[in-house]
Design a protein around this ligand. Structure first.
Ligand code: 5GP
Length: 184
């Protein structure tokens, strides 16, 4: 395993995720929530976040892929291409979201294409409330005006891996969030 530069340490992540959990607990006091994690990157964040939320809660997962000309994050890393394409659903939620408090949990908000698409999909399920929690936010890369309700860390335009985030399916198990150097 190459030595990667740590951008956000496991201790910083743990502290911030606990704070986000406390915020959600306060905001939905006395109510139930459904966490909807975006596969696969948000799975570790969701499992840590949910354990800091002291509410009646259920889990669900949703899957997305990119259409046609949108490069994968891995391709962007190599070529420096921009994301211009569209997103499609590969797995819908399993349970009804109707009249429920839904918290969509994402690993990173980048161009905003994925969350813009997913919020539309979930709003079609007619939830009582829909909130977005993202561990990371790269505001400088935005192409759609999307903001999350709960943001862990705002980061610069670097390609990051670890704590669920991958490069070609690797590095998801790193406990820290690390920078993968772009090729020259
Ligand atoms: P968006 O649709 O906002 O451009 O991108 C969101 C998705 O792009 C994330 O769920 C993630 O899969 C991927 N992504 C964006 N930036 C990064 C990054 O720095 N590292 C990794 N591993 N994935 C990223």
């Amino acid at each position: 395993m190459p030595q990667l530069k740590v951008l956000i340490s496991r201790e910083q992540i743990a502290q911030r995720v606990a704070e986000m959990g406390a915020e959600i607990t306060r905001d939905f006091s006395g109510e139930s929530v459904i966490f909807v994690g975006v596969l696969k990157g948000a799975s570790i964040f969701l499992s840590d976040l949910a354990r800091h939320v002291d509410l009646d809660a259920a889990f669900d997962f949703i899957g997305v892929a990119s259409y046609g000309n949108r490069p994968s994050p891995a391709q962007e890393l190599i070529s420096g291409w921009d994301s211009t394409g569209e997103v499609r659903l590969t797995k819908d939620v399993d349970q009804s979201m109707r009249d429920k408090n839904v918290i969509l949990v994402e690993d990173i908000l980048d161009t905003g294409l994925t969350l813009t698409y997913l919020t539309k999909v979930l709003l079609a399920h007619q939830p009582k409330a829909l909130r977005v929690a993202t561990l990371l936010d790269k505001p400088s890369r935005r192409k759609q005006p999307m903001e999350a309700n709960y943001v862990g860390f705002r980061i610069p335009d670097e390609f990051v891996v670890g704590y669920g985030l991958d490069y070609a399916e690797r590095y998801r198990n790193l406990p820290d969030i690390c920078v993968l150097p772009r090729q020259a």
